[in-house]
Each structure stands twice: as structure tokens, then as C-alpha cells.
Ligand binder design. Sequence first.
Ligand SMILES: Nc1nc2c(c(=O)[nH]1)N[C@H]1C(S)=C(S)[C@@H](COP(=O)(O)O)O[C@H]1N2
Ligand SMILES: [Mo]
Length: 252
Amino acid sequence: MTNKSEKIVSAKYVRNRTIGAFAVFFLLIAATIAGWRWLNHQPEDNSVPRPLRAVLNGNEKLFSNFIYSPGNISKTYPIYYAAPKVRVNGDDGLGDDFDAAAWKLQVVKSPGDTLFITLDEIKAMPKTDIIFDFKCIEGWSQVTHWGGVKFSDFVKKYNLSGQSDMQYVGLNTPDKKYYVGIDTKSILHPQTILCYEMNGKPLPMNQGYPLRLIIPVKYGIKHLKRIGTIFFSNSRPKDYWYEKGYDYYSGL
Ligand SMILES: Nc1nc2c(c(=O)[nH]1)N[C@H]1C(S)=C(S)[C@@H](COP(=O)(O)O)O[C@H]1N2
Ligand SMILES: [Mo]
């Protein structure tokens, strides 16, 4: 019995095919090395080679315009899942010189028109609790319990609907040493809160007393601790980790 598709080939044919296969193999390696070199010689955009930054920005457009929905709710957990000892990560903008007694939240409505809001005024609004899996880009996550005021309720209460038509919200610590920019859609998500409690108690100093952002649709880098100022803008506000090369959107 002979296989009909079986072909008799010469030793020369086998040799030529072998040489051809190796040539392609080495060409691909050379192309990879050349491509890598090219990429690393491109000008940088916020600490990332421009072509890679373009991919991140393209992903942001895709996610914010087609995949994001206020109906996409992050998974929440029963209270007994919440860690009693919450990890502390990052203390930029949390200097000791902070005067807690004098703190007021500043909301810039327009240049020269700033609201000053006390913690008691914020606490007087309806409270929302959330227990979710807090995720840091460093690779850890922890189920934690937070309480505060929905950002969307805050916008209604302080008549910020004109401002929240703008594309971005910027937040800074009082000393301006840590700062984030967030797309307005994500900050108006029903699980985003201006947070003043952790595990049912006032926020500890190193976790952002008196007020921090909790935004479950984003990685930890965007959950700014100790909010000093909030403002609105149609261009991207500056962002601490973006400048160091991370994704601006940082969505989950
Ligand atoms: N002011 C300020 N906020 C910050 C940071 C920081 O360094 N300074 N680090 C961020 C990062 S990277 C993470 S993961 C979370 C950590 O919050 P936690 O300390 O409550 O766990 O805070 C975010 N908010
Ligand atoms: Mo983080």
C-alpha cells in the first residue's frame, strides 16, 4: 500500500527548504530586534514611547465610548469579607503639616468661583457603603469597606450639572503633591463615592482623612487620598502616575 499524496524528493530539495526555513527564522529575529530598537528611539509621551502611548490612548477611546456603562457594576461583598486591617499604600501629598481643623473641600465651579464645603455638610448627605475588591496596579487586591457620599449625589446637591457636562474631573491633595484626572463618566458612576469612612469609622490619616475618592471602576492609583480641590475641565487634568508612564484611563 502506498500513500497517494506521498512525494519522493531529492536531498537537494530538503537542503534548500532547510536553508530557507533558517533564513526566515533569522530574518524574523532581526526584524524583532530592529523593531524593538526603533520603538525605544521614538520620542516619549509622558514616559512612554509615543507609539505605545497611542495604543493606550486608543484603548481609552474604545473603553470610554463603547464599553463603559453606568450599568456595569463592580462586584460587591458581604461585610464579613472586608479586611479588618486595610493595607496602606502611597503617602504622596499626605505631609504632616496638614491642618485638619481648617480643612474645607474646595470645588472650583469656574475661575474665581470656588465653593468651600465642610466635612459636616458632606456627612449630612445620604451615606452609601461599598465593600469591593480594591485593586492596585502593583498586583495586590483586598476586599475593603468604605462609606461616603455618591459623587453623583454631590453634583446634584451643589448644582454642578453645568460643570459635570465637561469631560474630565481633576482632584488634588491640599498640598498639590498628588493629583489625578478622571473621565467624568466614571466619576459619576453609581459606585463612586467621596469617602469619609473606612470600616464604619472616620478615615485614618494615612488613608486620606478627612475625605478621599473611592472609585471601584478604576485601579488604586485613581483613588486619591485627602482631597483638597476638585475642578472640571474639557482637557485632561494632570495626573501623577500618568506622568510616570501609566495609563491615563486606568479602568477596570
Ligand atoms: N494622596 C495620595 N493618594 C493616593 C496615593 C498616594 O500616594 N497619595 N496612592 C494611590 C495608590 S497607588 C493606591 S493603591 C491607593 C492605596 O490606598 P490605601 O492606602 O487606602 O490602601 O491610594 C491611592 N491614593
Ligand atoms: Mo496603587
